[in-house]
Design a protein around this ligand. Structure first.
Ligand code: GTP
Ligand code: MG
Length: 167
């Protein structure tokens, strides 16, 4: 049987950027237009099969609302990977994502930046090339995703699974 590697992964980012929708898309293949705002944090697991091993993600989906902000460090502490999510139609959410990057920068956590809601191209407020340049500069993985259509969602988690250092 293939070896199973367990990794703690956390999702961070402003309220309503689509963190829960990304996790639900990845873990269940579903999308809800009326996803409830997360209270505190939610836990889910999902596996990714690579060539010779299986990666099992233990996922903490944090709440983006301001009132839960003080709880978030509890969830990212010790995480192997963080997906920092912003909404491509919101500059404010991109600024918030950058603040999360600064907070996690000098830890051992592998950071991926996800520009979500890529299906809303007509309402884009964050330039794709600028976001990518920022990610390159900070050595982050960058992907534009849509929890709604599923675009790049499995690819994002797959790429993280490939890049995570093995112990
Ligand atoms: P908090 O739990 O409050 O931090 O929010 P969140 O980041 O978990 O956002 P959530 O996943 O609840 O998504 C908020 C709303 O955004 C959802 O109800 C969806 O309607 C919408 N949404 C999420 N992802 C997408 C996407 O990729 N495209 C579009 N068009 N809408 C999305
Ligand atoms: Mg949520």
């Amino acid at each position: 049987p293939p070896q199973v590697c367990h990794f703690k992964l956390v999702l961070l980012g402003d309220a309503s950027v689509g963190k829960s929708c990304l996790v639900v898309r990845f873990a269940k293949g579903e999308f809800y237009e009326y996803q409830e705002p997360t209270i505190g944090a939610a836990f889910m697991t999902q596996t990714v099969s690579l060539n010779t091993e299986v990666v099992k993600f233990e996922i903490w989906d944090t709440a983006g609302q301001e009132r839960y902000k003080s709880l978030v460090p509890m969830y990212y502490r010790g995480a192997a990977a963080a997906v920092i999510v912003f909404d491509i139609t919101s500059r404010e959410s991109f600024d918030a994502a950058k603040a999360w990057v600064s907070e996690l920068q000098n830890t051992d956590t592998l950071i991926a930046l996800a520009g979500n809601k890529s299906d809303l191209e007509a309402a884009r407020a964050v330039d794709r090339d600028a976001a990518r340049a920022y990610a390159d500069q900070m050595s982050l993985l960058y992907m534009e995703t849509s929890a709604k259509t599923g675009q790049n969602v499995n690819e994002l988690f797959n790429e993280i699974a490939v890049r995570l250092p093995r112990r």
